[in-house]
Every structure is written in C-alpha cells, then in structure tokens.
Ligand binder design. Sequence first.
Ligand SMILES: [Mn+2]
Length: 401
Amino acid sequence: MKNRNGEKIMAKPTVKAASLQARHQDISPDTEPAQVGRVPSSRREMTSSSAVLEGVLESVSGTKLLICIRGYPDPDNIGSSLALQWLARQHGIESRIIHFEEISHHENRALVKKLDIELDEWHDNFDCSKFDYYAITDSQTAELPIKLPPTCQLLAFVDHHKPLGNIQGKFVDIRENSGSTSAIFAEYLMESPNQFGGSSPEVTKIATALMHGIRSDTDNFVNATMIDYRASEFLSNFVDKDLLALISRQSIPAKTMDLTQIALQRKDIRSTFMFSGVGFVRDEDRDGIGQCADYLLHREGIETVIVYGVVGNEYIDGSLRTKSHTLDPDKWLKDVFGQDSDGNYYGGGRKDKGGFQIPLGFFASCSDKELLWILIKKTIDELFYDKIGIEGKSSMDGEGG
Ligand SMILES: [Mn+2]
C-alpha cells in the first residue's frame, strides 16, 4: 500500500542476511562448493530461480501476457517490467505493460520519455480479454484494481517486500534480502540461456532502466545488498551512462520550487524537528510534498522534517524525512496518527522516510477553506507537539508559524 506520494505505508522489512522467506532460495554460484575443472565462464550458471522461470515461460510459449504495475510507476517496477517483457519474448510470449496510476514523479516521467519506454495506462476500453496470463513485479500483493477475465492466471510474481497474504502463481520469487526487484530481474537476464547482452538500443534501454531501479530503491546503494551489487556489476556493461546521469539528475519542477518556498515561509522548528503545513496542493503536485521535505532536511541542525498539505481537497497528505539515528519513521507516524476504524494505519514508513494520508471525509465539503486549513493545521500540529513532548524533545524555539 502506498500513500499518494508513492511512499509505501506498510513497514518495509529490514533486510536480513539470510532471509528464509524467499520461495526460491538465492543460491549464489559464489557459495557453491568449488567444482574441479569447471571452465570459467563470463556467464553465471543458472540458479534455481532462473531455471524455474525459464521453464515456466517455455511452458506457456505462444501465449499473451499482461505485465501489471500496481501503484505508481517507479524506476524499480518499470525496469523489472521491461526485463520481464524481454525474457517473455525469448519464449515467444507477447506482452504489454500496463499501469493504473498516472506517472506522477517528474523523474519517472523523464525515465519513460528519455528511454522511450512503451507503457499503457489503464482506461475503460482497454481490452484484457486477449491476455492468457498476467504478471506483477515489485508489489506486496497480487490484487489488482481491475477485474481480469477469470481465465487469465497469474504467471509470475517477483518482489522484494514482505508479502501480504499467500501469493498463488506459476512462478513466485520473493526475496526480502534484495534491495530492489530490478536486481532480481538482472539476475534472470545474467543467467538467461538467451544471452542478454550486446549494444542494441533495446538491451541498453533495459539495462539502464534496471540500473536506475536499483539505485533508486537502494537510496544510491546505501541500502544495497549482495544481490544488488552483483546485478549492478553485470548491468554496468550495457548501461548508457550519460542517459543514466540525465535521468537521475532532473531539474526541480517549478511547482516543487514554489511549494518549497511556501514550506520555508511556514516552517515551525521545534528542537531538531521541522514541521511545515503548506496548505492546499493540487492533486498533480502531490509529489512536491515529499521532494520539498527531502530538500528541507539539508538544513543544519534539523534531523527530521515533516511537510504536509491537503491534496486535491480530499486528503491530508504528509511526508516525513529523517537523518536521526534513533527515530523510526514507521513507529513514529503510527504512534502519532493511529489507525482508522478498519484497523489500517494512517501512516507508516521505512528506514529514513515515511508518509501519512488522512481522508478529509465529510469536512471536504466545508466552503471556508481558510478556516478548514486552520482547523487541520491546529489538529495535526498538536499531535506532533504531543508526540515530541512525550519524548521530552520540545524546546519551543520555533521560528514563526
Ligand atoms: Mn522495489
């Protein structure tokens, strides 16, 4: 589950060195006993996962596959989907990649545009009846926002999060010990008997997208694991380095800049915390909230930043960023906002970031937006002050409101 900034609300499990959750264990060739007289090869031998995937794809040769991106398209799920499309094609499986949410982050729009990636956005007239199978990558669940024909079965499910519920598919590979799904797909490519390589535009495109996916999901390798490093070593032979630099160094959009200015004007500093309520934000500018929190975290003396606003007149949407060694964003936000009546938490996060989303509900119809904002801000700020007060960190040295 993601909030509207694309931040996963479910706690991201900490990466354990020996995750036994993986259905197909990651048997690295490096850890296999040395074989006498084995001819060194630039290509690695197939691990059990790759062999199973190859077998499954071959068994459905000639069918049509729908590759689904759940949630907001991001570098990891886009790269993974492209790799799956290539792997499927080697077995005569034709596929389309579909997403259900718009590509909202400017970096992701740049990725799709610069690499000329073909994605379909779901619309009511999209014909799913021709697909025999579907696949999901980089998602915690196999549930889709649409109804597929009952004959359309789950062919492949590949992810690196803790799965929500039991996933039933022909091929399921969940590795919590990988920092990204793109790295898992790079491993399949590395071990593919169909020789992924060379310098064709397609290979460059897939490798560059996967590398961007790994970098993006591992916070530029800070949270990378062995699987991510091995994958990057392989991909580095085929990426377009200039393009990669271009994609990951996009300029800040004007809207985010405006939002950052507002956030700075309204900043409220309490000890090492900075809170900022930016008021009403248009739906299409929601990513600016997280980006603006990223930027504000650079301020000296600040360890934790929370920026929030009302997005699309529907939700109070907020982003937390922290460089504190002790604050756990997931626990902190869950403590502050608690759960709704169905038991779902309003907020959550992972290592150094988090987000929350609270529906305005009935109050969305209030005609006096100024008054409504005052009410929202007072309520939210009091919750924050209460929380840091309990922790004895409130020093009440705010710099204006
Ligand atoms: Mn991912």
